[in-house]
Design a protein around this ligand. Structure first.
Ligand code: ADP
Ligand code: MG
Length: 261
């Protein structure tokens, strides 16, 4: 999940897409590389227990036994962001292969290789932490908030993705653009959607995430919206998104598919 703007729905999408994919049967790992740690909070990892997380993974390339944590969703694990991560941006500058830290860790550590899906929640901005995510990833999902200036900065992001692809990670591609916080009652939402689809055509996911208060309440309970209120429009939208992405990415479901909710 990447977009240099804050508040567009990266973390919300990371948590809820991860949960929806896990509920549909994939084993999913969420990596929180935002020093703010909102994805970790939203999945119920207390701040006092975030001693071994993405900081060590990036700086030392090691994974403590406690680092991969269980979440309220059975097949979803998380590597939380610890407070030290705030300094990682600066510390990494002087390291070798500083853009490849996360990628190397994902390739090398057996505990991380066994997941079928790995989602990375990026911080705002396009600095080293986001760069590490782009170098490690096969695809980028760009959440776009249905608001004024939604498309502003998007061409810059596309250039960055293209530059990373050429320079560091030939496998990287745009998975899709996701319209978030769509408000039916606000005509602006419709205009942003039209603009986005005119500009980016098939790159925009069919699924649109509605603005829904249950989505914003869920993190304070440490739950994805799917578990907080499975029948809410937000939960249904993220379930639909998971199905759309599984089809688009040709991800085959494991044999035994659990059906929840
Ligand atoms: P980012 O990670 O890009 O900074 P967040 O996912 O944290 O953005 O979302 C920003 C704010 O918007 C949060 O307070 C979140 O609860 C709220 N939010 C995100 N998606 C929705 C939605 N579909 N409905 C209502 N509120 C939402
Ligand atoms: Mg965030």
């Amino acid at each position: 999940m990447a977009n240099q703007k804050g508040g567009v729905g990266k973390t919300t999408t990371a948590i809820n897409l991860a949960a929806a994919l896990a509920v549909s049967g994939f084993s999913v790992l969420l990596i929180d590389i935002d020093p703010q740690g909102n994805a970790s909070t939203g999945l119920g990892v207390p701040r006092t227990e975030r001693f071994a997380g993405t900081y060590k993974l990036l700086l030392r390339g090691t994974l403590d036994r406690m680092a991969v944590r269980r979440t309220p969703v059975e097949k979803l694990s998380i590597i939380a962001s610890d407070r030290d991560l705030a300094g990682a941006e600066i510390e990494l500058v002087n390291e070798d292969a500083r853009e490849f830290r996360l990628r190397r860790a994902l390739e090398r550590l057996p505990d991380l290789r066994r997941y079928e899906v790995v989602l990375i929640d990026c911080p705002p901005g396009l600095q080293l932490l986001t760069l590490n995510a782009l170098v490690a990833a096969d695809g980028v999902i760009v959440p776009l908030q249905c608001e004024f200036y939604a498309l502003e900065g998007i061409s810059g992001l596309m250039h960055t993705i293209e530059a990373v692809r050429r320079k560091f990670n030939p496998k990287l591609r745009l998975s899709g653009i996701l319209l978030t916080m769509f408000d039916r009652r606000n005509s602006l939402s419709g205009l942003v959607e039209k603009d986005a689809r005119d500009h980016f055509g098939d790159w925009v996911f069919d699924t649109v995430i509605p603005r829904n208060v249950r989505v914003s309440e869920a993190p304070s309970h440490g739950l994805p919206v799917l578990q907080y209120d499975a029948r809410s429009p937000g939960a249904m939208a993220y379930t639909a998104l998971a199905a759309e992405i599984a089809t688009k990415e040709k991800m085959s479901l494991p044999e035994q598919v659990r059906v929840d909710g």
